[in-house]
Structure formats: structure tokens, C-alpha cells
Design a protein around this ligand. Sequence first.
Ligand code: C5P
Length: 349
Amino acid sequence: MTVKVRSFAKINLGLHIGAKRADGFHELLTVYQTIGLHDVIRVSVERGNGIEIRCEDPRVPKDESNTCFRIVERAMDKLRARRRIVVEIAKRLPVQGGLGGASSNAVAAMLGLERALKKSLGREERLGIAAEVGSDLPLFLIGGTVLGVGRGEQVYPLEDSPVLHCVVVTPEIGVPTPKAFAEWDRRIALGPKPMAPSVPDAALKGRSPTLNSSTSKLTVDSVSDRINELSRGLSAWLSEAFLSQADSGAPVRGRAENPLLALVRAGIENDFEQVVFPEYPELREVKRALVRAGAKYASLSGSGSTLYGLFASRVDAVHAAARLTEQGWTAQATATLTRTQYWRRIFGR
Ligand code: C5P
């Protein structure tokens, strides 16, 4: 039996890097947003044992280092299932591109595996396995607009942002995330940097009492009023920012009295730009090109190399993508996916 699953990409609407932790990871504050671009994953269950990864893209590892391999191995173990599993990845998203492709592929493989085996993992088991495989996997178990804290694996569903029309530019550059974090640390060591804001503890109170020790910090069933308030603030700010801001990149300041500032800031800046742009100047050029093509807001996604621009309408986004393509960039127009659209389309036709 073969199950087909769409594996959607994410962008980061702001990303603040905080302190390096004892375990080597960095504290993060980010807002993830799922978008319409996707890979296609096919999971087949066959007689026998073992896991096989198939992908025509030579840059995708086929061995046990592949995120799909790692998640299937863990899920099979938890499900106590013994079969031969084949995962086929039809790759369209960039590799090491900042769109969460490998993470999304893994979550799609786990969801496909459950369907193919007609067995189900528990919600918390799924989240636990996802977080074990990588920091930005759990977001794909929520979809839509998602607050990410901790090392990025603690995820909170936010009220969906309004549908944003975007252009995604994928330069032929792979930025290794650990290298970008290392460069950030090197810069921090050179001089004092303002610490990234964190969501006040109070905002994360009110977690579901059903969540227990191992996964209690991963996500929440019913979000607190505080998170809802933050979420509405972000949503309102985003609409205002991308519809009325004349040029990109310039964050709206002077709102220090606003308790939503920390989250709103996370919605408008990506700290990785400070280390990735000096290393790959071409990416700064792409951001400028997006703004020249009419983006109301443009940013690096994750540690790059993908950049995206937000546009006031679909027509603007389509025109901008055409213009950027003429200029020689690989550009695609797409739109953000709400949580409902995301889940409807994962298994849809
Ligand atoms: O969790 P993931 O496997 O995606 O992380 C890859 C690498 O990125 C980690 O080994 C670590 O070097 C770095 N990282 C980090 N802080 C985070 C997330 C990732 O330093 N919050």
C-alpha cells in the first residue's frame, strides 16, 4: 500500500536568537508560517524489513542520516511494526534552504506511515518523536501560524495570520544552519549584543493539564488567553505592516509601551541576516530585488538561503515573481496556508 502526502514548506516571520544553552542549542523565538510550496512524499509498506529512501536529487542523503529514515525508524519502533518501508521523496523545495524541507518531509513520512500501516501514534508520541529528530519538525504537526520557542521545538498554535501573498526566491546556495549559529556565537563573543527578547513566562502559562513530563513543553492543547492576545497582536501588526509599509526591512519602532513588542519584533526581524548576508552578499541583493519588485516586507527564512517577500495582492506577487525570474533569480509566487488549509491539503488530491 502506498500513501501520498504533501510536505509543505514554512517561512519564519521573524527569528530572534537567544542565549547558547548548556546542550549546545540556542534559545529561539520565532513565528513559523506554513506556505503553499511543497514536496511530495510517498510511503509504501512492503514485505520484509528495513527502510529505503528514494530520491532523484543527489543532494538528498539516502542513508540513516536522512530525516525521513530517522523518523520512520523511531515511529516503527513505537508502533511495534515490522515491515519494509520505502519512502520516495519528489523534491521541489530547496535543500538546506531555510524552508524546513527536510523537517517537513520527515513529518509527512511519519503521517504517511501511520496511514499506510493503519496504525496510529498518540499526539504526544508524534510530537516527542518529531522533536527528537530536529528542532523545526514539531511545527509541521500544527501548521498555519505557529509560535516557536525553546530551541524552536516548543510550538504553540497562534491565531492564523491573514492570507499573505508571497514570492519565494531560492538561490543555488545551501547555508548549513550549525555554521550560521557558530558564526552568530563568534560575533556575540566579539562584542556585547542585545539579548533577544523572550515571550514572558506568563504568556506560556495555562498549558493543557493533560500534557505530561516528557512533552509538557512541546505544545499546548488549549492556548492561554495571553497567547491568543499575542497572536491577535501579531496578526494585526502583520496586516498593517505589509499593507501600509512603503519599503521593506524598516521595522516600525517606537512601540516600547506595547506589551506585544517582543512577539511583534519576532515578526519583523531575522537575526540570521546579520551573519548570513556578510557571508553570502548575493542574498542581500535578493532582498533588495524583492523590495524593488514591490515587496512590502522581505526577509531571509530561517538561516537561508531562501528569501521571501510579502505582497499586498496575488497579482502583485505574480508580477514580482515574473520580474525576478527575468532578472535571473529562481522565484515563485505562493501564499501562506492557514491551519485548516494545511491539514486539508496534506492528504488531498
Ligand atoms: O535541531 P536541528 O537538528 O535542526 O539542529 C541542527 C543544528 O543547528 C544543531 O546541532 C545546532 O548546532 C544548531 N541549532 C542551534 N540552536 C537551535 C537549533 C539548532 O544551535 N535552536
